[in-house]
Write a protein that binds this ligand. Sequence first.
Ligand SMILES: *[C@@H]1O[C@H](CO)[C@@H](O)[C@H](O)[C@H]1NC(C)=O
Ligand SMILES: *[C@@H]1O[C@H](CO)[C@@H](O)[C@H](O)[C@H]1NC(C)=O
Ligand SMILES: *[C@@H]1O[C@H](CO)[C@@H](O)[C@H](O)[C@H]1NC(C)=O
Ligand SMILES: *[C@@H]1O[C@H](CO)[C@@H](O)[C@H](O)[C@H]1NC(C)=O
Length: 507
Amino acid sequence: MYWSTILGFSTLVGAVPQFGGGGGLTMLRFGCSQVVIDRLDPLVNPGAIPSPHVHQIVGGNTFNASMTTGDVSAKASCTTCAFSEDFSNYWTANLYFKARNGTYKRVPQGGAAFQFNDNFSTQTAGGILVYYVSAQPGKITAFKPGFRMLVGDAMARSRTGTKLRRQNCYRCYTGPNFGGDNAAPCMDNTLDTEYLPKKQCKGGIRSNILFPTCWDGKNLDTPNHQDHIAYPTSGPADFLSLGGSCPSTHPIRIPQLMYEVVWDTTKFNNPNDWPTDGSQPFYLSTGDNTGYGQHGDYVFGWKDNSLQKAMDTSGCMGAKCSTLKNQAIGNAKACSIKPIVQEDNEGWLTELPGLNMPMMQFVRHLLDSSYVKPFFREYRRDFLQVFHGHPGVQCSELYSWCISTNAFAQVKYTSSEIQLNKSDWTPLDHAARFLVRVLRFSWENDGEWSSGKFDPENDENGEEELEFYQVWAILQYLQAEWEAANVDDWETERLTGTFTEIMTNTL
Ligand SMILES: *[C@@H]1O[C@H](CO)[C@@H](O)[C@H](O)[C@H]1NC(C)=O
Ligand SMILES: *[C@@H]1O[C@H](CO)[C@@H](O)[C@H](O)[C@H]1NC(C)=O
Ligand SMILES: *[C@@H]1O[C@H](CO)[C@@H](O)[C@H](O)[C@H]1NC(C)=O
Ligand SMILES: *[C@@H]1O[C@H](CO)[C@@H](O)[C@H](O)[C@H]1NC(C)=O
């Protein structure tokens, strides 16, 4: 974005009455290289390895599946950002191109227009551009250690029923060198859309994500990571929400944070590679190909009061600010984290990583239920002792095995009292025992699987079969969990195929 376009923009000036009074403006605009690409989300899915979708993360090197709610800057030892005191983490969804043959390829990210004499930000590897803007130096309260927030809704697929106005938008560059960048983000009605552009963008696609500017002054975070922040009462501005007054519930003015992601889509612009039905081929890592689900996550991590000082220093502009320290691009690029979730993010992928996660989360929820939990540990232990290297049990195999052996009446599968010698048990025995015990326990306790007994021959409504499949699905999940915990590679294939079909068709 060009500085001249901001200053020259009457709408923005209108939104910032302070401009007229000759007051200073602080606008930090700086690049951050990629620190890692990983399927983690310490805000939305803390501790989950993996989380539901892949992100590109920039900033400090303490990013992890879960992170301290204390002072991030005290734990980090390097950052990929231009200012060496900024150990914050910033992350967004990745973008993928879907080829006609159905495979996906990640679209490379990075590259900022040369502005403010800042050649750090033109040289970042991957990464994004970050803005902190203060219209009123001296009247802005910077974030505190432990502060986190999120903007956007990863599940959104349309813009109906929201009062948000263009807090996420895409710019379709008309040519090389950021062609068409003549207006502030989300302000160009011909090139900016809230959905992913529907035609080829000759110079790539830019995504801008604008955060709210008012804070409740109390909570560093809230369960949905959004309730402690708000837009001004006049609603979000077209562009930077620097004007307007904050609602009484959120009276404290915080810096306007904005992310700018540039995707180099130029390799994917051949119309012959685009879908034949005329749709556009790009998908966010959430599986969203509308683009409405774009979102940004933020964990504050500036050292001491360095951000506050910068926000109070009138005239800080671009990647230069007298109160802040800069680092060399080489140092920034040398800062990186090894991905924790080992999966391919760069090849042609047959599916987007984690696409099955909603189902997995459902199973995880069931796993936590009182009906399953008591038997999970036993099954897991058996699995560890016996199943190593076994290819796994198929649903149909287990189903007919249970019927043919009348498993539901066999003491060895139902009893929790008898000390069993399982040394000659087959994997089917173990699986049958787990399944039978979960179902029986649930029935006896009038639980989720409460239809009474497993009797497929006299199954009037098909419910028993469904219940069987559900427990079987859990079983498959346990196997994958086990493999993930004990083997190097998480074999997602194990969770797909029949498993996915049964889960999605019967639930
Ligand atoms: C992430 O957390 C794990 C488990 O606590 C730890 O082993 C690992 O070193 C951490 N990674 C980073 C980059 O801090
Ligand atoms: C799918 O299409 C892409 C792009 O044309 C190509 O690079 C890739 O090799 C193809 N994959 C398969 C399995 O055909
Ligand atoms: C940085 O930008 C200046 C122009 O402002 C240019 O002369 C110089 O070569 C650039 N340095 C690098 C490393 O690109
Ligand atoms: C379990 O059974 C196997 C053979 O079926 C036998 O060799 C083993 O000694 C038994 N173990 C115990 C603890 O009874």
